[in-house]
Design a protein around this ligand. Structure first.
Ligand code: HEM
Length: 530
């Protein structure tokens, strides 16, 4: 019997395949047409095949792209099929982040509030709502407010110290990422929500569980992220765990309960929550004068964003909006600081001479300040500053900064025009590992951060906290938390490598495109006098 060719099926399949091919490659002439140097993409995957298939982190993919664009100040690549502009040259980075900030005010991170009400936080907000909120929250982070919160952080080190006691008694090893994440959870829980969480004792606390749900790389979130690179609406349909109803309800209820407890019982504490209550009741936070040199990053923000002021949309201080700010302090503050402290301990264990020099400095400074970790004592820890700076260079917790072009822009001294809505990436991790700025970049060397060495590099070649008006608002708090944690640990314990320590320290390829997650950090703990 003669079989008929199913022409209709063949035609339909060809049309579907042609459409799919077109869908995944139609944008691939974008950079060529604009005369922008670019890295040749692969159909469908663009230039991030190794990230999509979980072979390496997004930051490591950006390093490869950065290297391929060697010799260019900027260049194009494709996030799957979406064109992205990667900035390489510190001068252009400065132009985008500071001088022409008005054209690049937003991150490519906005979250529809209807789908996730807690998304209305400072990190994701755009336009004049962001500007207004940033100006209102700035007085919450002055050095005066930091001084006020320091005792709460110091209090949290007690549990941290006692938690390591048992391991030190038996010269045993511990996984440090987890221990330090418990510490920073306690700090942010205490300062942002006014709670005593005690993650050290109760490591399965709800708060810790939420932290893991949001940050710990997992298959579901990574699959959603990879698929949504091909088809964005999938992201909002499947949503990563970090934006689940459970996370939303947990933080909003927590905020409301803590606030109403304080209001009913007339409890006043020195923390962010109290400042947010002030913001709600008085419409502003009592201002310190931004006079300290520590506050320069905040004043720059005020000046530049005020110059960019436009007709402000009203911003009502609802409970949800305030809860969202506590949420972002947790989101932005706990994981970044915990990664910094644990990566620093890893390097101190690998480099015992640096550890010893740092311990001597801590001893000397504490003696000068009556054995107490005070704000002034922290300012005197100059070598520790260099050690922390070098940690943030080698392991910047936020490995890529992103911006979106909000007003069409011509790159100065070129013929290149950037269209509105183009996504830009500043590849912090790649820049921090570029031997042109940091010779022998894998070497951990705090002397890169002496005053002279800092001056010898272009300013925008070091960006662990970002720059310009959208610079990290919690910079001072983050550094303070890291220094307090390290000082407390070094006065009591020594850290050394053990057979389970991975050298070099790798990263989980399922980490997010913004923050990355180092592999487990196993270290041997001993009492310092051993
Ligand atoms: C070592 C610790 C930290 C690091 C490395 C870090 C890094 C960063 C970076 C790179 C950005 C983006 C900046 C840009 O796009 O130019 C950022 C933004 C932000 N960070 Fe941090 N951060 C840290 C600690 C904290 C803490 C403790 C808080 C709050 C208590 C915080 C709150 C924020 C907020 C709210 C933003 C968004 C600011 C805005 O868009 O106006 N961060 N951080």
């Amino acid at each position: 019997m003669e079989t008929e060719l199913p022409w209709n099926i063949i035609l339909a399949s060809t049309a579907v395949l042609a459409f799919i091919y077109w869908y995944f490659t139609s944008t691939f002439s974008y950079w060529e047409m604009r005369g922008v140097p670019f890295v040749k993409p692969l159909p469908a995957f663009g230039n991030i095949v190794d990230y999509i298939l979980w072979w390496n982190t997004y930051q490591e993919s950006c390093v490869k792209i950065y290297k391929k664009l060697e010799g260019h100040a900027f260049g194009g690549f494709y996030d799957a099929h979406k064109p992205v502009l990667l900035l390489r040259d510190p001068e252009i980075i400065k132009q985008v982040m500071v001088k022409d900030f008005a054209n690049f005010r937003d991150r490519n991170q906005s979250i529809p509030e209807k789908l996730f009400p807690l998304g209305s936080h400072l990190f994701s907000l755009t336009g004049s709502r962001w500007r207004k909120l940033r100006v209102m929250l700035t007085p919450t982070f002055t050095s005066g407010k930091m001084k006020m919160m320091l005792p709460t952080i110091v209090e949290c080190t007690r549990e941290l110290i006692s938690c390591l006691e048992k391991s030190a008694d038996s010269n045993d090893f511990l996984e440090m990422r987890n221990v330090i994440a418990n510490f920073t959870t306690d700090v942010i829980g205490s300062c942002a929500f006014g709670l005593q969480i005690n993650s050290m004792k109760e490591s399965d606390s709800e708060f810790r569980r939420m932290g893991n749900k949001i940050f710990k790389p997992n298959h579901r979130t990574s699959i959603v992220r990879s698929i949504s690179l091909f088809f964005r609406p999938i992201f909002w349909i499947l949503k990563p765990a970090a934006m689940s109803q459970e996370v939303n309800d947990f933080f909003i209820d927590l905020f409301k309960d803590s606030m109403s407890y304080r209001e009913k019982n007339k409890v006043v504490r020195n923390d962010f929550l109290q400042l947010l209550i002030q913001l709600k009741n008085k419409g502003k936070v009592d201002e310190d004068r931004l006079s300290s040199k520590d506050d320069i990053h905040l004043t720059i923000t005020e000046k530049v964003s005020a110059a960019d002021a436009e007709k402000d949309e009203p911003l009502e201080m609802t409970d949800t909006l305030l809860a969202a700010q506590c949420f972002v302090f947790f989101l932005a503050g706990f994981e970044t600081s915990s990664t910094t402290i644990s990566c620093c301990l890893h390097e101190l264990a690998v480099n015992p001479d640096i550890q010893e020099r740092l311990r001597k400095e801590v001893d000397k400074v504490l003696i000068k300040h009556g054995g107490k970790i005070t704000y002034e004592a922290l300012q005197d820890l100059k070598y520790m500053d260099a050690v922390v700076d070098e940690t943030l260079r080698k392991y910047p917790p936020v490995g890529n900064l992103n911006r979106v072009c909000t007003k069409a822009y011509k790159i100065p001294d070129t013929h290149v025009n950037i269209d509105k809505d183009t996504k830009l990436i500043i590849p912090v991790y790649a820049i921090h590992h570029d031997p042109k700025y940091y010779p022998d970049p894998e070497k951990f060397d705090p002397s890169r951060f002496t005053e002279n060495n800092i001056k010898s590099r272009p300013h925008f070649s070091y960006l662990p906290f970002g720059e310009g008006p959208r610079v990290c608002i919690g910079l001072r708090f983050g550094r303070m938390q890291v220094k307090v944690g390290l000082a407390a640990l070094l006065t009591k314990y020594k850290f050394s490598v053990c057979e389970k320590t991975s050298i070099p320290l790798g990263f989980d390829p399922m980490s997010s495109t913004i923050t990355f997650w180092p592999n487990k950090i196993f270290l041997k703990i001993s009492h310092r006098d051993n």
